[in-house]
Design a protein around this ligand. Structure first.
Ligand code: GDP
Ligand code: MG
Length: 441
């Protein structure tokens, strides 16, 4: 998905005049890419119509950056599709909540229940697991193993065959034990069957869950919408978790599940183990779909690895918008030490690869050293400069002489910096600003 849409937008970027024809071509390519990513036809049709409705090229004031407007419309529309407008229920510490998991067999319910319990336990909750899957042989053993490994209390039975009875018993027991998050795992079937949906309806009626979570395998493709809708009809699904996003999942299924259930995706599963679980965040997901790198993930990483007293400067520079020569210099310094910032820049597609090609590490290092020597001969003003006109011939000659390098080498470096600054400016602005409010937390 990402590749094709990013390519469509890039092609649009190259067109000299952005008119209705270019917009139509761009929308065609986006539609094709969405279909290839398993987004259903009806959804694609809506996206297309909505983007066309949002972008009125004629009405834009002269001088407006039309490419930017179209780009923002695409991002905005995909974000809107993933956001049903109402947040999912979230449990409150100390108040008993029941959360029921539904989904077909193999979708990842049982392991996801445990991940979910573990996530909230880390936040100070007192969760417990109830195994109401009496259909699959060994279901209770599986839950027991997962729960024991995560040290979470569990309830189930080897002999009782009535899922409703077990669910009710388990919920009652853990209510008495003052658990504040009681999670009910249910059975699935390989196919959508009336018996399964009837069972979900009964368990839901008997346990009165505060939230029903639909768990969906992210790689099921076009089947996602019907499946999500069928579960929505038997239990009032209020949230979605998409699993197996570490594999070949293309992302379209998440859009369908949201459309079918009118509920938000709250987490994604990214592997078979407990920590392979991420809070779902619309904007980075969309920008990843669009292939522009996950900048808010990047900012999170900075918070993790850079000492808190050094964060503000770097974050300010990263998010201020201008990719100055000074920032490039700092990036080189960090690349040389292979420090955290060097690794971080590698998360931005195409950035460090430009300087250090695989197999050409020596040349790459030499180039970085040369560039840094050149920048050492620049003034503060030149390093912080954002005006392309500042670097005139006499300045370039002075810098070349001062650094003992050729004029051509200075010009090459400035060109390369310009290319990077351009790439930087194309990263979605919304993402640059993401997470800035809670950067201390
Ligand atoms: P259930 O039948 O819905 O309860 O699904 P299970 O919890 O038994 O999981 C089915 C299979 O999918 C197991 O082999 C899990 O390890 C695997 N699985 C679940 N979630 C993920 C995920 O996010 N990534 C990967 N790679 N595998 C997963
Ligand atoms: Mg299971």
């Amino acid at each position: 998905l990402g590749g094709s849409i990013a390519a469509a937008l890039a092609r649009m970027g190259r067109a000299t005049v952005v008119d209705e024809k270019v917009l139509a071509e761009c929308l065609n390519e986006i539609a094709r890419a969405l279909l290839q990513a398993d987004v259903r036809f009806e959804t694609v049709r809506d996206v297309r119509a909505n983007i066309k409705g949002t972008v009125n090229l004629d009405a834009l004031a002269a001088g407006t950056d039309k490419r930017r407007v179209i780009h923002q419309a695409v991002v905005g529309e995909l974000c809107r599709m993933l956001d049903p407008g109402k947040p999912a229920f979230t449990p409150t510490k100390g108040k008993p909540s029941v959360v029921m998991f539904v989904g077909l067999q193999g979708s990842g319910k049982t392991i996801t229940c445990t991940k979910y319990a573990d996530y909230y336990r880390r936040k100070g909750f007192n969760p417990a697991l109830v195994c109401a899957d009496t259909f699959r042989a060994g279901a209770f053993d599986q839950l027991k193993q997962n729960a024991s490994k995560a040290k979470i209390p569990f309830y189930g039975s080897y002999i009782e065959s009535d899922p409703v009875k077990i669910a009710v018993e388990g919920v009652d027991r853990f209510r008495k034990e003052k658990c504040d998050l009681i999670i009910v795992d249910t059975s699935g079937r390989h196919k959508q069957e009336a018996a399964l949906f009837e069972e979900m309806r009964q368990v839901s009626e008997a346990t009165k869950p505060n939230l029903v979570i639909f768990v969906m395998d992210g790689s099921i493709g076009q089947a996602a919408f019907d499946q999500a809708q069928a579960f929505k009809q038997s239990a009032s699904v209020g949230a979605v978790i998409v699993t197996k996003m570490d594999g070949h999942a293309k992302g379209g299924g998440a859009l369908s599940a949201v459309a079918a259930t009118r509920s938000p995706v709250i987490f994604i599963g990214t592997g078979e183990h407990l920590p392979d679980f991420e809070v779902f965040d619309v904007k980075p997901f969309v920008s990843r779909l669009l292939g522009m790198g996950d900048l808010s993930g990047l900012i999170d990483k900075i918070q993790d690895v850079i000492p808190i007293n050094q964060q503000p400067d770097i974050l300010d520079e990263l998010t201020k918008g201008a990719f100055t020569l000074r920032l490039l210099y700092q990036m080189f310094q960090n690349l040389q030490n292979m420090g955290p910032l060097g690794q971080l820049f590698s998360m931005i597609p195409g950035f460090s690869a430009q300087f250090i090609e695989k197999g050409k590490e020596k040349e790459g290092q030499a180039k970085i050293k040369r560039y840094m020597t050149i920048m050492d001969s620049m003034t503060e003003k030149e390093l912080d400069n954002t005006n392309p006109k500042l670097m005139n011939e006499s300045r370039i000659t002075r810098i070349a002489r001062g650094s003992g390098r050729l004029v051509k080498e200075v010009v090459d470096m400035l060109e390369e910096h310009k290319r990077m600054a351009k790439m930087w400016s194309k990263l979605p602005l919304a993402n640059r600003k993401l997470n800035m409010n809670n950067r201390g937390s």
